[in-house]
Write a protein that binds this ligand. Structure first.
Ligand code: BGP
Length: 440
């Protein structure tokens, strides 16, 4: 609906940007850093790997100075678990700890609020080698110990914590779970939901620890949240859009914010024989320990039609995130919205819908942990100066921020907005060509 008047953004609104350790830092396996699954992750053809990153490790002081000049009030970093514990647990690498102290101090000195993600895709390879990582219950203990170390070490400086980045994606990407030889998601669905369960219990343990040790801090997950539109007014498509929203994202928030699998999701897992086995007491842990906010990575929306089983019940297609599942849904191209070169629909109203739905369903403050526009930048010469025309990105950001402004005016508590990103980091799958910032 149109709003008659907009409220001001709150004075303490976290106007920020974000990066992740593996995309930005570089300094690969130097200064004591251990191996992570990222080293073995599927890489698109002809793309850069993450070895050098964009050298944030050596340039963070200059970078933070630039952030200050830009007026950033918050910066989301992720801590590389294997810089702290090269083997995922046990012996601490002091040089890694000092690096993050220095980054956080530098941010604080420049009046930029650090937002710290504890694990952003780069899971310790040593834990995979030892017991299979998230597929084994021991992963919960190791994550809890890692979280406890971070809270004790950095807790006096860091107020905003993010437990796991995009768990909803990680469980559907076998290589990020350390299953290097896994063929496709459909081969490994059972494992995905075991990993998902362990991650949820680990997160709940971290929420609990954070609340005990750092009562003034706030902690929450960051998930990739999309809006799914029915591609037609056929009720079967409306149901498919709801179903996809449940099996891709709401299932996770139901577990983390309500401590329950939910009736429809339980039936989905049981029908496919992939409901994980776990002790009954886990549900108590989940119910008693909920996040203080929801972090949202929002880029685009999708249209959805119903896809009949046709004798292939539960068969999925599309990697790493399925684009269809027989008996549930099939994604379709939206006829109204434009897309980026990577096919992501550009939809600022979708962000407003996403924020409204999240607040309606979970009644928690929301932090926009990622939002941004990717492009293949073309340098052109204007009056003897090399420049890039990034008009489309400016429009994208303005419109998305307008949506945030509208939901704030509707009374929905939004803690901040972190653009992806401030620096020219390497894309998760598409190397250096996919850019989120203008570089000249
Ligand atoms: C999110 C990740 C980020 C970042 C972003 C953009 O899923 O949390 O790490 O990569 O997507 O995606 P991409 O780099 O593939 O364009």
């Amino acid at each position: 609906m149109d709003l008659k008047q907009l409220k001001d953004f709150p004075p303490n609104f976290l106007w920020g940007a974000g990066i992740s350790s593996f995309q930005a830092e570089g300094d690969w396996r130097k200064n004591g850093q251990g191996r992570s699954v990222i080293e073995y992750t599927r890489k698109e053809k002809n793309t850069t790997n993450f070895e050098a990153g964009v050298d944030f490790y050596h340039h963070y002081k200059e970078d933070i100075k630039l952030m200050k000049e830009m007026g950033l009030r918050a910066f989301r970093i992720s801590i590389s678990w294997t810089r702290i514990f090269p083997n995922g647990k046990g012996k601490v690498n002091r040089s890694g700890v000092e690096f993050y102290h220095s980054v956080i101090n530098q941010l604080k000195e420049n009046h930029i609020e650090p937002i710290v993600t504890m694990y952003h895709f780069d899971y310790p390879q040593a834990l995979i080698d030892e017991y299979g990582g998230w597929l084994d219950r021991r992963s919960v203990i190791d994550y809890k110990n890692y979280a406890s170390f971070l809270f004790n070490e950095f807790g006096d400086q860091v107020k905003y914590w993010i437990t796991i980045n995009e768990q909803d994606h990680v469980i559907k990407m076998p290589d990020r779970l350390g299953m290097i030889n896994a063929g496709s998601y459909s081969d490994t669905e059972k494992e995905a939901y075991i990993a998902n369960h362990n991650m949820c219990v680990a997160s709940a343990e971290a929420f609990n620890l954070c609340h005990l040790l750092l009562p003034k801090a706030m902690i929450g997950p960051a998930l990739s949240y999309q809006v799914y539109y029915p591609a037609s007014d056929n009720p079967a498509d409306v149901l498919a859009a709801d179903d996809l929203s449940l099996i891709n994202q709401n299932y996770l928030l139901d577990l983390q914010c309500r401590g329950e699998y939910g009736a429809v999701f339980t039936k989905y897992l049981v029908d496919r024989g992939i409901y994980p086995r776990f002790p009954e007491s886990d549900l108590k842990i989940l119910k008693q320990n909920c996040p203080d906010f929801i972090g949202v990575n929002y880029y685009s929306t999708d249209d959805v039609t119903y896809l009949a089983s046709n004798g292939k019940f539960g068969k999925t297609k599309g990697l790493p995130i399925p684009s269809q599942e027989n008996g549930v849904f099939k994604k379709e191209k939206n006829k109204v919205l434009k897309s980026t070169k990577w096919g992501w629909a550009i939809d600022s109203i979708g962000l407003r819908i996403a924020l409204q739905r999240l607040y309606r369903d979970y009644n928690l403050p929301i932090l926009i942990t990622e939002n941004g526009y990717s492009e293949i930048e073309k340098v052109s010469n204007v009056d003897g100066n090399e420049t890039i025309n990034d008009k489309d990105r400016i429009i994208y950001l303005k419109k998305h921020i307008q949506s945030v402004h509208e939901v704030i005016s509707e009374g929905i508590p939004i803690l901040g907005y972190c653009v992806w990103t401030f620096m020219d980091v390497i894309s998760g799958h598409s190397g250096m060509n996919k850019r989120y910032v203008k570089v000249v």
